[in-house]
Write a protein that binds this ligand. Structure first.
Ligand SMILES: NC(=O)c1ccc[n+]([C@@H]2O[C@H](COP(=O)([O-])OP(=O)(O)OC[C@H]3O[C@@H](n4cnc5c(N)ncnc54)[C@H](OP(=O)(O)O)[C@@H]3O)[C@@H](O)[C@H]2O)c1
Length: 278
């Protein structure tokens, strides 16, 4: 890539499966903006060195995915309000030679839940599975949408408690381990935000967390979402979704930050849903 060409990329490990390049190419076509958007696996050099090489080659904006969303905070000179509240960054913008960090995951998930899955979040009881970078990104946005209660359940208790502390220990929030889930009752919305599905796994979940009307949404998409979405369907849950809608919505927010225009997400979502066959 020539030094002169401004370009964008997604950084993660693994990242080969990412649909972000395709999504940003579609948005670019729709908005008549030429977009160069690549994938960078951080496996070899690590995040900091891969990002530095990208910036010196003309990279001006980036998406950060698993497992770097909290690690990247240390590489940002400034943070937007959502990134600050979340303690996690999924979007970088190069400003005067430094990275400015934003978080579009939360608004992306809330838009997908409310507009595509047709669930009004107001006064809902929510279970958030996982306490990594994605969970950090979506938790503040779910709270701001007016939910009644959120239980954060994580494999390691310490990380669930860290996220709860960051959000503020109000009556609205509880933290627990996955083993404690049978004591937590049922939920209107279950957000599967662990990365277990990337290895084909799923934490053991008690059916008691479901009602017949619960919406079960996995933040992953493709094969990685299957362990959870298949489990939910096997429990006769009627409302099951993967993270494709959130992916397209968070990408549209990032596109707007970089290019100053928010693309229409439905045509891109529909095209990907058909072409990706999942
Ligand atoms: N659709 C979208 O736009 C979108 C956006 C963001 C993320 N995502 C997806 O969300 C997932 C999580 O990403 P992330 O950035 O949060 O990753 P992360 O920061 O690496 O966090 C991973 C989380 O998963 C938990 N976990 C991992 N393996 C597990 C297992 N076998 N059993 C139980 N828990 C396990 C971890 O628990 P411990 O704390 O105990 O290690 C931690 O809470 C990824 O699949 C990612 O692709 C999708």
């Amino acid at each position: 890539m020539s030094r002169q060409v401004p370009h964008y990329a997604v950084f993660g490990r693994p990242v080969a499966h990412s649909l972000s390049p395709q999504i940003h190419a579609e948005f670019g076509k729709q908005c008549d903006i030429p977009v160069i958007y690549l994938r960078h696996d951080t496996g070899e050099l690590g995040l900091a060195a891969t990002l530095a090489r990208f910036a010196s080659a003309g990279g001006v904006g980036a998406n950060i995915t698993v497992p770097h969303k909290t690690e990247v905070l240390a590489l940002c000179k400034s943070l937007g309000r959502r990134a600050q509240r979340a303690g996690a960054v999924n979007t970088l913008i190069l400003r005067e030679g430094h990275w400015h960090g934003e978080n579009t995951d939360g608004i992306g998930l809330v838009r997908d839940i409310q507009l595509r899955q047709n669930l009004d979040l107001y006064q809902r009881r929510v279970l958030l599975l996982g306490a990594g970078g994605a969970a950090h990104g979506v938790a503040p946005a779910l709270l701001e949408a007016g939910i009644a209660q959120m239980v954060i359940a994580n494999r390691s208790r310490a990380r669930a408690v860290d996220l709860l502390d960051r959000l503020g220990t109000t009556d609205t929030l509880r933290a627990c381990t996955l083993q404690e889930l049978p004591e937590m009752g049922s939920f209107d919305l279950i957000v599967q935000a662990t990365s277990a599905g990337l290895d084909g796994g799923l934490p053991e979940l008690p059916p008691s967390i479901l009602t017949p009307h619960s919406l079960c949404i996995d933040l992953s998409y493709g094969r990685a979402a299957l362990p959870f979405t298949s489990w939910a369907r096997s429990q006769h849950c009627e409302r099951v979704a993967d993270g494709l809608g959130m992916l397209v919505e968070q990408a549209a927010e990032a596109f707007a930050l970089w290019h100053g225009i928010r693309p229409d997400t439905d045509p891109v979502y529909n095209k990907l849903r058909i072409s990706a066959r999942f």
